[in-house]
Design a protein around this ligand. Sequence first.
Ligand code: GDP
Length: 359
Amino acid sequence: NVSDGSFSSEESLKELGQLADTAGLTVAGSTYQKLATPNPRTYIGSGKVAEIKTAINALDVETVIFDDELSAGQLRNLEKAFGGKVRVCDRTALILDIFNQRAATHEAALQVALAQMEYQLPRLTKMWTHLERQSGGQVKGMGEKQIEVDKRILRTQIGVLKKELDSVRQHRKQYRTRRLSVPVPVVSLVGYTNAGKSSLLNHLTGANVLAEDQLFATLDPTTRRVQMKNGKEFLLTDTVGFIQKLPTTLVAAFRATLEEISESSLLVHVVDISHPLAQQQIDAVDKVLSELDVSSIPKLIVWNKVDKVSDPDNLKIEAEAREDVICVSALSGDGLQDFCDAVQSKLKDSMVWVEALIP
Ligand code: GDP
């Protein structure tokens, strides 16, 4: 694992373990190595390779997952070095797997398929080198030709997918335009994965959006109508969770979905304030947000899971001292009325909708 400075190697590996768990795997153990530069052939050094190989045999391991993106050559060399018995993959492939398992709408499925193909394209080499080995080198170049054919097929498929995605998006845009003609403001929930966005949406609307203690329970934006006690309404949208080292192919594939955030009247950044890495998670989310054009949209910060912290009263005092921070528990419902009040006052600041709706 290469630490990017905000998450330590241990922390990033722990999260990788949770991702593996989410994908349905059982974690047998983890290890890391500090190197000045990664080994170009095997990413890790030969001593570490040997150590892992021993563990593979002792623990009957089936898959070895690396926390950083590996090249086709590194994947191949590592599988060989581990004795050819295990599958070697990286964080990106694991996240793509999870997204693949969870895509619930046609659009999300298309987005994930696109990201997977773009991930495979530079890694195709792996599948064909065996042809050359089997022929004892006689058909040298055969593998290469086959790779070219495969790449062309994959590129064609990518083109087809992109077209299909375009048409699905066009369709949704029309729907959105129709929706926007009704003056109900849209509030978007953003946050690190597992912060409690789905739970908040559920509690406020009674909608049964999957809330699970797993990374990436939510893939598709879900929109629900929230009616406040005074009769006023807003639309609340749940978005895909963010995570550190989110694969760039995925960010690209989901960009259109994320860009819808930029059309909302208010952003609600949900934070799991009970998490030991809350600040790092906030930074990771802000980093993705800064890449989208959303700086002009008003923002409200929600410190969720206050029921889980040791000193909730102190936390509430701290929140009050800050601007735009509300403490809630999506689980117990604590603070949700304050949240609705804060949303309303924020929307009032930024829009004329309240007056327009209520004469
Ligand atoms: P999302 O990934 O941001 O949509 O997060 P979820 O809504 O799926 O929540 C992740 C996990 O945190 C689930 O197990 C929830 O039950 C739990 N959770 C959410 N809100 C709270 C809360 O306020 N308190 C506690 N203790 N757990 C919560």
